[in-house]
Write a protein that binds this ligand. Sequence first.
Ligand code: ASP
Length: 326
Amino acid sequence: MKLLAFLLMTASVLAEAPITLVIHGGAGISREELSAEKEAAARAALEESLRAGFKVLQSGGSSLDAVGMAIVVLEDSPSFNAGRGAVLTSAGAVEMDASIMDGATLKAGAVAGVQGVRNPIRLARAVMDHTPHVMLIGNGAEDFARERKLPFEPPDYFIIPERVRQLERAKEKAAKKQASIESLPPSFKAGTVGAVALDKAGHLAAGTSTGGMTNKRAGRVGDSPVIGAGTYADDDLVAVSCTGHGEYFIRCAVAHDVAARMRYQNATVGDATRAIIHERLKKMGGDGGLIALDAKGNVATPFNTPGMFHGIIRADGTIRIAIFEE
Ligand code: ASP
């Protein structure tokens, strides 16, 4: 009897998927801009995020919950361009975008251009769970957040001095060179956060949250809340969260392109993500990167910028955090 119970237990453990969580904190960083202090703060927040999401997975929770939990930690950290510390529009406001997708059901939720909502990723999840819609924007999304009793914060919670300086610098540069947003260095454009996870049941999920790009026009929406561009998850294939110059990621439907290469070309997650980030986007001048995770636990973290904050925690609890190497 005991032997049977033991065998059954072993079989169920063996049948479990290798729980994995991968996160990113944006692809806009270069070595020159990263002080030791900034790096330490970012690494600490990434580790906290990995541990929080992993706890969910370890206790048998869903990949969706793990993704949400990991992203909330990064939204609450001022080190990244999402939630607290989000970048500013040309009018000096914070307008945030976020999305989440369930690889098991292909359900998704997204919000764009929201102000004051402490954790846009939680609002995206609420759109998925409690409305028949995929995306809500602006006032309508904020009203829905109030209805769901999600916490709001005043502007000075979100706006940190570094982002004010970045906006000033971006404006000066734009005025001097009559430059468009495209000619700004990547650091002006990045810091978005995202997560992809595989749970014990073998389900994948992906989520992304951002303040967008510094000095963006009021009302501009990037790829992060666009399902198939910034975020995608399908249990049969892969979960993807992107970061980078959103206009390019929308035009190339990057997150879905990874899934499509895997579905139609039988590409591995490594080959599919390399092709889109290092070939297609690179040729077009689209700066950025992504994190991707397939249902077997294979991970890819390509970026065509100098660096991308990212981290991985695997089933055995080992953590790897990296910035300048994939
Ligand atoms: N992709 C985001 C956007 O364009 C920005 C980023 O990832 O840094 O809004």
